[in-house]
Design a protein around this ligand. Sequence first.
Ligand code: C2E
Ligand code: CA
Ligand code: CA
Ligand code: CA
Length: 276
Amino acid sequence: DDAREQGHALARYQGGGEERQATLHFEAALADALNQGEFDLHYQPITDAASGLVRGAEALLRWHNPELGFRSPAEFIPVLERTGLIVPVGAWVLHEACRRASTWGGVPVAVNLSARQFQQGDLLGTVRSALQGSGLPPECLKLEITESLMIQSPERVQEILLGLRQMGVQVMLDDFGTGYSNLSLLRNIPVSGLKIDRSFVTALERGENASAQAMIRAIVQLSEALGLDTVAEGVEHAEEHQLLRDLGVTLLQGYHFAPPSATWNPEPHCPSGVVA
Ligand code: C2E
Ligand code: CA
Ligand code: CA
Ligand code: CA
């Protein structure tokens, strides 16, 4: 009868509900994280392959919740994106990263952007106020976007990218070589560099060495022809550093140089011949 059927339905709901409960708890905690001050940025240096000098640092978002502990961006960024929370959180990231980099004496900071930030809110206004509020020169801010951004409303995205360029902010294409890499994209969107996806660097280590090298070489040639920088990410070993440098990659990033860290700062620059 009805009551029994309702009982079964409730049991089914509760049976499958534990995981659902955990998900709800996770999402509720995440929704409150910005107000609770639970986000933090870690910085990972980007190093000149030839000279070993620091040429920038990427800001990477971290979340620590007292109950849930440290959670990986791979877990919480997709939730922030799905719920739209990435718009206010991303604005916080921009302000915080610019504030921090304004103490770095000209070393640029790279900030990751999600597609949502192009679709909702006022990205150009947010970037402008992050720069003005911190006093960071626009050329010291680099924004990292991925190719998948162009799937939805490419005209709107293109307009915003042009606005950023007019402001003097540079844009890098992240995770290049995965997903939707298509060459006409590079003609149509104004980017100043390509970040070669970590999977190519990882492949150098494995049996796929020859094809990985061929692909990295091709990306470098393309970049040189277009006057773009290349950054290889996920560099973990000295041999990879050497190989990537010999392949002509200009900038390198990875645990081999430094892991992302909350306390990272560039070495104070000491002009040669001047004793500090
Ligand atoms: P990503 O932009 O590709 O960032 C590089 C990731 O590689 C980071 O992971 C970094 O910690 C990790 N990594 C750096 N060096 C090495 C290495 O030598 N070996 C290995 N195995 N990994 C290395 P993380 O910090 O976990 O971030 C994951 C992703 O989350 C980022 O990938 C980015 O897509 C996203 N993300 C992080 N912070 C933000 C943010 O502020 N906003 C947005 N929209 N996305 C963010
Ligand atoms: Ca990135
Ligand atoms: Ca990347
Ligand atoms: Ca990635």
